[in-house]
Design a protein. Structure first.
Length: 115
């Protein structure tokens, strides 16, 4: 399984970005998809996940601002990020768990929130 992530960039505080992650297999064959991020000098942290049953979970720091979703027709998962803050600046990584619990990582996409 491979994951192709895209959508990062530079945005001003308060702005929005949408990250995309396209798996090389049917998205609904995956137990879970999620996004993690790693800021400079910090550990990688969970941002949001969506299960095969469409349950979602978010880090407290992004609740109410970020939304994770899946589009079966486009075979893509999204992370909609609104009301971005400078502290959201990080490299964002797409993650998936296969049915046999194997973790798969996509390449990182950089998000910079700055005026």
């Amino acid at each position: 399984v491979q994951l192709q992530a895209s959508g990062g960039g530079l945005v001003q505080p308060g702005g929005s970005l949408r990250l995309s992650c396209a798996p090389s297999v049917n998205i609904f064959s995956l137990n879970l998809m999620g996004w993690y991020r790693q800021a400079p000098g910090k550990q990688r942290e969970l941002v949001a996940v969506i299960t095969s049953g469409s349950s979602t979970n978010y880090a407290d720091s992004v609740k109410g601002r970020f939304a994770i979703s899946r589009d079966g027709a486009k075979n893509t998962a999204y992370l909609q990020m609104n009301s971005l803050k400078p502290e959201d600046t990080a490299v964002y990584y797409c993650n998936a768990r296969t049915r046999d619990a194997t973790a798969v990582w996509g390449q990182g996409t950089k998000v910079t929130v700055s005026s």
